[in-house]
Design a binder for this molecule. Structure first.
Ligand SMILES: NC(=O)C1=CN([C@@H]2O[C@H](COP(=O)(O)OP(=O)(O)OC[C@H]3O[C@@H](n4cnc5c(N)ncnc54)[C@H](OP(=O)(O)O)[C@@H]3O)[C@@H](O)[C@H]2O)C=CC1
Ligand SMILES: O=C(CO)COP(=O)(O)O
Length: 445
């Protein structure tokens, strides 16, 4: 297997996109027997000696206990903080209760914090550390999502998922001996989250071409190479082959770094994520199970990918002039109130903006060859994983919403209404502007 590049240390990258990117994470290590090396790296980072180490029961067993012991042996004062799972949901959630639990540890006045866990624990510590101006490092316990290096911390606020800006970790430790032992579902979730980058980046290019949104091709280059290697190793995921877990971990880090480069989740999150967020929030508000973030993203990607394929086939017949001209709204406040239920007051601001402000297009669609060029640019992103269904099957990852426990009607709503969750423009908005969204959803679901 080829050696994958990733940012192992902090970097400053002048880029053709016009920005100078900054990678602030000073050390990122993916290796076997890594937990033992943590004190040495911490010594180099000069973060101080008193640390708050945050885990829950699962991640304490997976790595936390060992990290705590090793640190105390090396003259660190590690103050353990065991998060308890108080809500009725299936997993620990990044909500008011868990934020409060992490916040209580601040009374010990730690020099820095250590998150031992995967997505939720990393985000909780990232969020609290940022707000308290304390550095943090993360010991990742699962290759389940791409958020370790990112500058965002998705939090539930009154049940609504909002991504807050936050400072990335000073160091990321991904011990392969820990990661290969994590439940298979978590590895499949990481795999699934990654294949979503195909549609997320297609959305980004679409918006860039139609509305001149800023884009960075370097961030895509990072992810493209990772997706290629991942496609090659898909069938080794169910066997938890260390080489495949390593490739998956680095690919996820690269996706996370692509978010860190541009300071936004745009390279990693498009329509497939909006659908995943909608399903999560509405299910939580009804007290129903949500399944894992990456698994929801993977199945949504499967469908958005199909929609894109049809869109690309029909692109020459798209009436851009009609799409770009103002037209009556196809959805009203009453429908959204019904679909979002108790979440509506929280979604109202973003939804009203999307409902009331017409999309503004540049004149680029008037140029000869526009559709052809757009097709080529999107195809490059879309087919970086040549066949999504095959990738999911080879990695034995769920490819239907039914397998994840979501009803058909909720899934259909997620495709029709998730675009109101964020102001971010995706293929779902363009299809709606073209009057095609319902037809596409009926066709593919
Ligand atoms: N910041 C960012 O840019 C990003 C953030 N995210 C966010 O990350 C979250 C999803 O993260 P994800 O990791 O998928 O899910 P969770 O953090 O919810 O973890 C899922 C489950 O895995 C358990 N677990 C983790 N590691 C181990 C292990 N080694 N052994 C046994 N059990 C383990 C957790 O235990 P326990 O519950 O006990 O901890 C939990 O039950 C979402 O909230 C999503 O929004 C996703 C992508 C990017
Ligand atoms: O989940 C993410 C990337 O995988 C982060 O994106 P969001 O900003 O949509 O939460």
């Amino acid at each position: 297997m080829d050696e994958l590049f990733y940012f192992q240390k902090a970097a400053e990258i002048p880029c053709s996109c016009g920005k100078t990117h900054h990678i602030l994470t000073q050390k990122t290590i993916v290796d076997h027997s890594l937990l033992e090396q943590i004190p040495l790296v911490l010594n180099q980072l000069h973060l101080g000696k008193k640390c708050l180490i945050v885990f829950d029961e699962n991640t304490y067993q997976a790595a936390g206990q060992k990290v705590e012991t090793i640190l105390n042996q090396e003259k660190y004062k590690a103050i353990p903080l065991l998060l308890s799972h108080n809500s009725s949901s299936q997993y620990l959630e990044p909500d008011e209760d868990t934020r409060h639990q992490v916040g209580t540890g601040l009374k010990y006045q730690p020099d820095f914090m250590i998150a031992v866990g995967s997505g939720v624990i990393n985000d909780l510590v990232k969020f609290v550390a940022h707000r308290s101006h304390i550095p943090y490092v993360v010991v990742g316990t699962a290759a389940s999502m791409d958020g370790y290096p990112s500058l965002g911390a998705p939090m539930l606020v009154n049940g609504y998922k909002i991504t807050f800006e936050a400072t990335p970790p000073k160091a990321i430790f991904m011990d392969l001996d820990v990661l290969v032992k994590a439940p298979l579902e978590l590895l499949q979730s990481g795999f699934s989250d990654l294949i979503g980058k195909t549609t997320a980046n297609s959305d980004w290019v679409l918006r860039n071409q139609l509305q001149d949104e800023y884009i960075c091709h370097y961030s895509w280059d990072l992810v493209k190479e990772a997706l290629h290697i991942l496609w090659e190793s898909a069938d080794q995921i169910p066997q938890r082959k260390p080489e495949a877990v390593r490739a998956l971990s680095i690919a996820l880090l690269n996706s996370g770094f692509s978010m860190a480069l541009v300071g936004d989740s745009r390279p990693a999150s498009g329509a497939e994520h909006l659908i995943a967020h909608y399903l999560e929030m509405v299910s939580l508000s009804r007290g129903e199970n949500t399944s894992l973030h990456g698994l929801r993203v993977g199945v949504a990607t499967f469908y958005i990918h199909k929609m894109y394929q049809r869109f690309l086939k029909e692109i020459d017949t798209v009436d851009w002039e009609k799409i770009a001209s103002p037209h009556p709204l196809r959805v009203n406040k009453k429908i959204l109130q019904e679909k979002f239920g108790s979440l509506y007051p929280l979604v109202e601001k973003e939804a009203t903006q999307k409902m009331t402000s017409p999309m503004v297009f540049t004149d680029s669609y008037k140029k000869p060859g526009f559709s052809n060029q757009l097709r080529q640019m999107i195809s490059e992103k879309l087919f970086a994983i040549p066949d999504i269904e095959q990738a999911l099957n080879r990695s034995k990852t769920p490819s239907t919403f039914e397998e994840l426990g979501f009803s058909r009607s909720l899934v259909k709503d997620s495709f029709l209404f998730s675009r109101f969750v964020r102001s971010r423009i995706t293929i779902l908005d363009i299809l709606d502007e073209a009057g095609l969204l319902e037809e596409y959803v009926e066709d593919f679901l």
